[in-house]
Design a protein around this ligand. Structure first.
Ligand code: ADP
Length: 159
């Protein structure tokens, strides 16, 4: 039986911390659907299509499928016929929000479970927002994102 899971998030843009979670999850799951959320409440730097392209270019695995979604994560999970959601944890500060989301998703669909992977310590302070701030002011982001994402950020901020 194929073990599948969904890794959902904004990924605006995908960082090496997100990639670390995907690689850890591939040791447990056969197939991972990366779902890029079009969040109406959150202003994003990149369009969903751009974020999907950056993930596809940064992840070289035929076990990983990437697409965008809007609306509820549980509906996207049903559409993919997947009951497991993957989320990453960086520090205790992530826990409250993730706990709330996990229990909410389970309240909406009792079949859904969320599993958490702890990031490598070296990515524990890394976020998409931090990377965007650094890129905006020409900071070196080579250690934080894939070369493709670095190029896209440079295009956005330096033309
Ligand atoms: P969201 O807006 O849904 O939180 P993000 O793209 O910020 O979307 O994060 C998606 C998931 O990846 C979340 O579970 C988040 O905790 C996790 N994550 C974000 N940055 C890192 C990182 N540096 N290391 C590990 N996990 C991370």
């Amino acid at each position: 039986m194929t073990k599948s899971a969904i890794y959902a998030g904004s990924f605006d843009p995908i960082t090496n911390g997100h990639l670390d979670i995907i690689h850890r999850a591939l040791a447990v799951f056969d197939v991972i659907y990366v779902g890029v959320l079009e969040n109406v409440e959150k202003q994003s730097l990149f369009s969903v299509n751009d974020r999907v392209a950056m993930i596809s270019n940064s992840v070289q695995s035929d076990q990983v499928y990437v697409d965008g979604f809007t609306g509820l994560l549980v509906d996207y999970a049903r559409q993919k016929q997947v009951n497991t959601i993957i989320r990453g944890l960086r520090a205790v500060s992530d826990f409250d929000y993730e706990f709330q989301m996990s229990l909410t998703n389970r309240a909406l669909d009792s079949n859904i479970d969320t599993v958490f992977f702890m990031t490598d310590q070296k990515y524990s302070y890394l976020s998409s927002s931090l990377v965007k701030q650094l890129a905006r002011f020409n900071g070196d982001i080579s250690e934080f994102v894939s070369p493709y994402v670095k190029g896209r950020l440079e295009e956005v901020f330096n033309g």
